[in-house]
Design a protein around this ligand. Structure first.
Ligand code: ADP
Ligand code: MG
Length: 619
C-alpha cells in the first residue's frame, strides 16, 4: 500500500570529489519544470525560447511526437492525439481514465487511443520527463547523475510507482520522489531556518494540496496532508467558460471550439490577475461573436465555492495536524497568483503568506536543492523528511465496525497498542482483520490482511484480555500482532504496504470518508446498539437458565416479553426504538439481577443476608 510512504534520510555522505549534475523536476499536471544547483544557486532551466514552464502536453501524431507548447498548439486541431493533464491519470483505474472527456480511450481502458496507437499515462509522463532531461543536457552539457521528482502529497503508492516507471522509461535515475509541499518549504530554506510550523497551500492547474509541516531540531516532519485532488486552476478556467457561454449564449460547440474557448478562458483568467476587467474576443472561435467583458469581481464571485473548498481543506488539515499555531505559510502553484487566493489565505491563517519565490518555480527549486544534497554535492545534513500514514489503519470489531488503531496522518515509524476482549462466552479464537480507510463500517474500508489468534482460554465474554499492536517501521512495513494476556498466545501478520492500492485511490477514499461521515456515524451507533442488545439478551437468557427460579411466573413472563421485544427491535434499523427497547429490557432485568446478587453474596458469606451484614457494619 502506498499509504506508508516514508522519505528516507538524506543521502550517504560522500566527498564531493567532483560535482555531479542532479536535477530537480516538478512534474506538474499543467506545467513541468527542471532546475539544478550551480555555484550554490538554484537555477530553473528555460527552453530555447526562454520559457521555464513546459506545458505538460504531449502530441502523439502520425508524423511524430511533440511535447510542450508545440503539442499544446495542436490540442484544438487534433484533440485525440494530444494528451494534457496525464498526471491526473497516473496509476489510476480505468473508471477514472474514462472520466476524461477529451481523449479517446483505447480498448484496454488503461491508455489513450492516438494515431500512434494506445498511449498510457506513464508514457505521456515519460515523454515530458524526457523533454526536460534533454533541456538540461543541451544547456548544461554534462551527464545527469540523477533526479528528484516531485509528486503531490496525496499520491498513493500506485501513483508514485507510475511516476517512477515514467522516470525509468525516460532514462532518468530517480534519487527520490519528494512531496511537492516539502520541496516548496525546502526552496524557501525553511529547513535550515527557525523551528516552527509551516502550512503549504498549493493550488496548481489540476490539484489542490495543503500540508502542515513542522521543523524541529533540523528535522522536517510532515504533520498532516490534505487537499482536493480534483480542484485546481482548470476549474477556475471552467467558470470563465461558463461566464462567457452565458454572456454570449454559446450553445453546441464542437470539441475543437470547446478547447479553443477553454484556452481563451485560461488567458482571460491569467490576465485578470493584473487587470480588474478584461475583454475577451470570441470572434476567432465562432465568427459573428464579438467581445465579452469579464470583471475580476464577477470572476471572483463565480469562483467563491472553489475558493471555499480549498479553505475547508485547510481547516481540516490544520485540525488533523493538531497544531494551534502556524508560523509560516507558503504559496505554491500558478493559481495562487490570483489575488483572491493570497487574500483569503492571509485571512484564514491571520498572517501574510510567503510569496517571494515564483509560485510556479518554487517546487522545482526545492527539488533541485534536495537532489544536490542527495547526490553528494553538499555535506549531507541531517535532513530527515518524515512522512505520514495517509489512511487510518485499524481492526474489525464485533458488529462489523472498524476500530482505528493508527489514525491517518500519524507520522511513521509508529507503534500503537490497544486492548480488546472477547464478545462471546467461551470464545477460544480471535480473527484479526486488519483494515484501512476512514469509514466506520468494515465493508466500506479496504481489507489488508486477516489472521487468527488461537488458544484463548475459555472465559466469559469480556473477561479475556487481548492486546493488538500495530507497528509501522521506517520502511513503511506494517506488522500487526495479537497477544492474549494469561497464556501469552501470540499471532501476527506482516503487510508489505508497497503492494497495496494498485487500483485504489487515497483521495477517493478520503472523500468518501468525509461525504459519508454522518451516515457512517448513524451506522456505527446502530451497530453498537445491536451489539449491546445482543449481549443484554444473552446475559438475561443465561441468568434465567441458572437462576430463573428467583422469579415468579408473572415476573418471568414480563421479563421474557421485554427480551422478545428487544430481539424484534434489533432486527430492524430504527435506532430510537432499539435504544428504547434496550432501556426497557435493562430495567425489566434489574429485579432478577438484584435477587441473583443477593443469592450469590449469601452463598459466599455462608448464609448471612445482606441486610444483616449491613446492620452489623453500622452497629
Ligand atoms: P501544476 O502544478 O498543476 O502543473 P502550476 O503550478 O503550473 O500547475 O499552475 C498552473 C495553473 O496556474 C494553471 O491553471 C494556470 O492557468 C494558473 N496560472 C498561471 N499563471 C496564472 C496567473 N497569472 N493567474 C491565474 N492563474 C494562473
Ligand atoms: Mg504543481
Amino acid at each position: 500500500m502506498a499509504l506508508l510512504q516514508i522519505a528516507e534520510p538524506g543521502a550517504v555522505a560522500q566527498e564531493p570529489a567532483s560535482r555531479k549534475l542532479a536535477l530537480g523536476i516538478d512534474l506538474g499536471t499543467t506545467n513541468s519544470l527542471v532546475a539544478h544547483v550551480s555555484d550554490g544557486d538554484v537555477k530553473v532551466l528555460p527552453d530555447g525560447s526562454g520559457n521555464v514552464c513546459l506545458p505538460s502536453v504531449v502530441h502523439f501524431g502520425a508524423e511524430g511526437t511533440l511535447v510542450g507548447s508545440a503539442a499544446e498548439a495542436l490540442a484544438v486541431s487534433a484533440p485525440h492525439d494530444t494528451i494534457a493533464s496525464a498526471k491526473r491519470y497516473l496509476g489510476r483505474s480505468r473508471e477514472e481514465l474514462a472520466a476524461d472527456s477529451y481523449t479517446k480511450l483505447a480498448e484496454s481502458g488503461l491508455a489513450f487511443e492516438t494515431s500512434q496507437g494506445p498511449v498510457t499515462p506513464v508514457e505521456v509522463s515519460a515523454a515530458l520527463l524526457g523533454a526536460l532531461r534533454d533541456r538540461a543536457l543541451s544547456s548544461l552539457d554534462m551527464p545527469i547523475a540523477g533526479a528528484v521528482i516531485t509528486v503531490p502529497a496525496y499520491f498513493d503508492d500506485a501513483q508514485r510507482l507510475a511516476t517512477r516507471q515514467a522516470a525509468e522509461l525516460s532514462g532518468l535515475n530517480v534519487l527520490r520522489l519528494l512531496n511537492e509541499p516539502t520541496a516548496a518549504a525546502v526552496a524557501y530554506g525553511l529547513d535550515s531556518g527557525e523551528e516552527g510550523v509551516v502550512a503549504v497551500y498549493d493550488l496548481g492547474g489540476g490539484t489542490f494540496d495543503v500540508s502542515i509541516l513542522r521543523l524541529e531540531r533540523g528535522v522536517f516532519e510532515v504533520l498532516a496532508t490534505g487537499g482536493d485532488s480534483s480542484l485546481g486552476g482548470d476549474d477556475f478556467d471552467q467558470r470563465i467558460v461558463t461566464l462567457l457561454r452565458d454572456e454570449a449564449s454559446l450553445h453546441s460547440l464542437s470539441v475543437a471550439q470547446e478547447r479553443a474557448l477553454l484556452r481563451c478562458a485560461r488567458s482571460a483568467k491569467e490576465a485578470l490577475t493584473i487587470a480588474s476587467e478584461i475583454e475577451v474576443q470570441l470572434d476567432s472561435i465562432i465568427s459573428g461573436f464579438g467581445a465579452v467583458t469579464v470583471t475580476r469581481q464577477a470572476f471572483n464571485s463565480a469562483c467563491a465555492d472553489l475558493v471555499n473548498r480549498s479553505l475547508d481543506a485547510c481547516r481540516q488539515c490544520v485540525a488533523d495536524a493538531g497544531v494551534s499555531q502556524i508560523d509560516q505559510i507558503v504559496l505554491v502553484g500558478g493559481s495562487t497568483r490570483m489575488p483572491i487566493i493570497g487574500e483569503v489565505v492571509a485571512a484564514l491563517f491571520g498572517k501574510e503568506p510567503l510569496n517571494s519565490i515564483d509560485p510556479d518555480r518554487v517546487v522545482a527549486m526545492g527539488a533541485a536543492r534536495q537532489a544536490d544534497l542527495l547526490i553528494g554535492n553538499r555535506d549531507a545534513e541531517d535532513l530527515l523528511l518524515l512522512d505520514v500514514i495517509p489512511l487510518s489503519l485499524g481492526v474489525e470489531t464485533y458488529g462489523g465496525l472498524v476500530e482505528r488503531i493508527v489514525p491517518r496522518n500519524t507520522t511513521i515509524p509508529v507503534a500503537r497498542a490497544q486492548e480488546f476482549t472477547t464478545a462471546k462466552d467461551g470464545q477460544t479464537g480471535l480473527i484479526v482483520h486488519v483494515v484501512q480507510g476512514e469509514r466506520e463500517r468494515v465493508e466500506d474500508c479496504r481489507s489488508l490482511a486477516t489472521f487468527e489468534l488461537e488458544g484463548i482460554p475459555p472465559m466469559v465474554a469480556g473477561a479475556a484480555r487481548l492486546e493488538v499492536t500495530f507497528q509501522v517501521d521506517a520502511d513503511g512495513l506494517l506488522e500487526v500482532k495479537a497477544q492474549e494476556a494469561t497464556t501469552q498466545a501470540t499471532a501476527s501478520v506482516v503487510v508489505k504496504p508497497a503492494f497495496g492500492l494498485a487500483e485504489d485511490d487515497i483521495a477517493t477514499m478520503l472523500r468518501a470518508g468525509y461525504e459519508h461521515a454522518s451516515e457512517d456515524m448513524h451506522a456505527r451507533q446502530l451497530a453498537e446498539a445491536k451489539v449491546e442488545a445482543e449481549q443484554l439478551v444473552a446475559g438475561i437468557r443465561a441468568a434465567v437458565t441458572s437462576d430463573g427460579d428467583l422469579l415468579s411466573g408473572t415476573e418471568h413472563e414480563a421479563l421474557m416479553t421485554a427480551v422478545n421485544d428487544l430481539v424484534d427491535a434489533s432486527q430492524g434499523n430504527n435506532i430510537e426504538s432499539l435504544r428504547k427497547a434496550i432501556e426497557v429490557t435493562g430495567r425489566a432485568s434489574e429485579l432478577l439481577a438484584a435477587r441473583r446478587m443477593d443469592r450469590s453474596i449469601k452463598s459466599a458469606l455462608g448464609g448471612i443476608s445482606v441486610a444483616t451484614l449491613e446492620g452489623e457494619a453500622e452497629s
